[in-house]
Design a protein around this ligand. Sequence first.
Ligand SMILES: NC(=O)c1ccc[n+]([C@@H]2O[C@H](COP(=O)([O-])OP(=O)(O)OC[C@H]3O[C@@H](n4cnc5c(N)ncnc54)[C@H](OP(=O)(O)O)[C@@H]3O)[C@@H](O)[C@H]2O)c1
Length: 186
Amino acid sequence: MCEFAIMAAMCSNRGIGMNNKLPWPCIAKDYEYYTQKCSPTIKGKYTVVIKGRMTWESTKGLERTHPGYLNVIISHSKRDQLESDEYVNKVTDNLDTALIYANTLKQEGKCERVWVLGGQKVYDDAIHHPCCKKIYLTEIYKDFPSDTFFPPIPSCFKETGEAGVDPDIQEDNGLQFQFKVFTRTE
Ligand SMILES: NC(=O)c1ccc[n+]([C@@H]2O[C@H](COP(=O)([O-])OP(=O)(O)OC[C@H]3O[C@@H](n4cnc5c(N)ncnc54)[C@H](OP(=O)(O)O)[C@@H]3O)[C@@H](O)[C@H]2O)c1
């Protein structure tokens, strides 16, 4: 299995979703950050993005069709439907199988990085996985009604920041937020 990072945004009450959408209005600056972080930087290599079925269903536009992404979707119940989706590269029924697939692509030299992009069910598994080395978490400093939540960050992760990630409080669309980076230390 290969190393991966989590990317997520949460509001002050740890919400990440509501009715299978984001709980907050569009934050273009956070979307830009997400796209910049997840896009491949090496020509000819892909980014493997792993998502739960609900998150895939909520995914729209460039996030779905980005030519640099290989979409791996976790699902038990809707495999057939997902397998016939032209933008889904692989359907697996758990995170480990998704990571084994990503590792094969890495060994073939096709994959640059692996991201786990939610939702709650998938974050719950991923955050405790020993191959999870980093968490990129945007903290939005406001409460929003939510029905899905980001799990507590295990104590083996420390907030380290990262070169190139602005640690200052950001502002967009009337919201304040911060890009945080946590790194596994053991
Ligand atoms: N703020 C953020 O950064 C962020 C990021 C991503 C998503 N979200 C939000 O999160 C919400 C969706 O989260 P969610 O928890 O409801 O759904 P989810 O994790 O996206 O998808 C859940 C589905 O994935 C499959 N699945 C996940 N783990 C599995 C496992 N261990 N074994 C088998 N199947 C598994 C199942 O699909 P089947 O039912 O098909 O079997 C399950 O119903 C949405 O509101 C979305 O907007 C927010």
